[in-house]
Design a protein around this ligand. Sequence first.
Ligand code: PEP
Ligand code: MN
Length: 338
Amino acid sequence: MIIKMSPSATQNDIDYVVARISSLGFRAHVSSDVDRALIGVVGSSDPSTSAALQGLRGVEEILPVRTAYRLASREYQDAPSIVRVGDVVIGASAPVVIMAGPCSVEGRETLLETARWVKKAGGRMLRGGAFKPRTSPYSFQGMAEDGLRLLAEARGETGLPIVTEVIAPETVPMVAEYADMLQIGTRNMQNFPLLMAVGRAGKPVLLKRGMMSTIEELLLSAEYILSQGNHQVVVCERGVRGFDSVTRNTLDISAVPVLRELTHLPVIIDPSHAAGRRSLVPALCRAAIAAGADGLLIEMHPHPEQALSDGEQSVTPAQLETIVEGCRRVAAAVGRSL
Ligand code: PEP
Ligand code: MN
């Protein structure tokens, strides 16, 4: 349930309601919506809880939540959330954020060169996997902590915050030590212990939609993270499995407006894993911005033909520059900046 406080409720009133919720054995999540505080009661839909809270000073209304995901829903919070990664703001009316970089961190020189290109092209964040969840156990699995160190070095040089994937609950603290944002990949969207671990890690999370998951399942996975007290979650559509092998996956562009209706969380698009081919990436980027995405996660490599993973879908630095220009024009056309 959601407790809508009155606009005149004081901080003391809010604290009292929060304490009462804890004494009933539930967790409270306080947020604000325009002129008032909202308090989510996590873990309860029992009418007796509602009765115990009704009538406390400052409580205006108690609303049941009809969606299975509560904290992620627009019923809970209508105003769009923003997520801050370093000095980058994602969501609401903030400029569209371009995150770009290699699929995998492969070595110092290549990564630093890539990071410089990302910055030059107008990218705001650097992506790169140090732990790679590969479909085959014989494929390159990533540089692990050495890769994280290189990402931190690239951030040090360029100032770009880094987003990198974490694939196991036990490595969350180590990845969180280096990363500015933790990525949960498509194959782990329903790895619930991992979702809970990133929910406790104190870092923003980029949650990718499972390649065979529904939007409701995506939001329930986001809810796992939110329910652990981490509200800095961005959801990402990266293509779902379709019947046509002409693309690697099918970019579900409708996920953007659908998610807008259902959740206050920022929504971004990964065109690279959807397309599987670099020639398709620019058009998908423009479509994503036109549909209202808050950002893009793009694979870029200075020498894609030498990439250790996902070279076919990685754009070149020159292509990234052209993509950013195209996106800037589309963003302006839909009343957004970049
Ligand atoms: C990636 O971003 O490199 C990646 C592995 O993505 P996904 O989980 O969407 O396949
Ligand atoms: Mn990849």
